[in-house]
Design a protein around this ligand. Sequence first.
Ligand code: AOF
Ligand code: ZN
Length: 376
Amino acid sequence: MSNKFTEDDFRWMKQAIELADRGRGYVAPNPLVGCIIVSSEGNVVGEGFHERYGQAHAEINAINSVRDKSELIDATMYVTLEPCSHTGKTPSCAKEILDLPLKRIVIGMQDPNPLVNGEGVAILKKSNRFKVETGCMEREVRRQNEAFVHYMRFQKPFVTLKIAQTVDGYVAAPDGNSKWISCEESRKKVHEWRSYYDAVMVGRNTAQIDNPNLTVRHVEGRQPRRIVIDGDLSLPANLNVFTDQHEQKTIVLTHNKEKYEQTADPMLQLLKSDYFRGETVLVSKKEGHTDLNHAMELLGEMQITSILVEAGSQLASAMIKDNVVDKLHVFIAPKLLGGGTRSLLGVGRDRMEDILDLHDANWEQVGSDMLLTGYF
Ligand code: AOF
Ligand code: ZN
């Protein structure tokens, strides 16, 4: 890391990152952004974050929060993401900043949005009015916006797979029951994640056997969309995800063209008493199954930037095999079953040379469980 940043810079940027995080769950498909303005005397005189999708950007909220504008003279602005150069739903932040008597602008990372992508920094630098420095705590801000960065690069959702297993690698007893392997604290954490991701995904077996709601209940937070892969489009219409109060947030992915066309006909739909008010999406078929890569492409087009997969072993394994998983969370409970359903059934690796080596792996204790987080 370059040494152009001081301990104070890190301290203020850390505060800006923490502020940005308060928008989690509410700003997608846009990024989390936080901004702190520190006076020449070293006091925080303004702060703001991107609170809701479509609303004011962090920099503008921070500027507007400054009560005595004279405090802006020779102040430093800390902003986690490069100020935007474009006029979108709001005017360009870089251009708004140009009018301020600041001395220095410290930026976490360059904006990967092709509409900005260095242009914001160029506008600020060209003015020759302030010192502009990028890359302060870049690793942390990239991680914070991992879904946004991924979505900007691939136009596909950032996919996290969650597994809750016993020490000996089982996710359900031989009778199929999986309630509960992980501890209460772990389950609470999953609800928190649900509120952060744009959507939660399961396959047909989980939808049918567990009949989950996939809602946020153990914590306060935004309800995610729910994606069910029902290749043949034959799941019973009375499942929770198809009938509860969030029914309209459910997306069904199918490769059954014939049945899909029936659901697409509004007249036929209205005749049904159990008419599903969510969305059904036709995905291509690959080796008899829903093509997962195509599914991700289509979900990306629907502006779904992040997905938490809470699938059973079949879909989880298929997703790893098809290379659509970006991040893995495994809860390991201090319990043994000795038999039942394994967490993964095979991910297409037969030789040690092909082993899937997670990077940036981290272990933490959650209640009585261990939680592994790593990246593919
Ligand atoms: C945000 N919040 O605090 C910053 C953003 O559609 P718009 O006009 O809201 O512009 C969205 C883009 O603006 C976004 O993708 C990112 O590139 C840039 N910066 N966006 O929503 C913010 N600073
Ligand atoms: Zn902006």
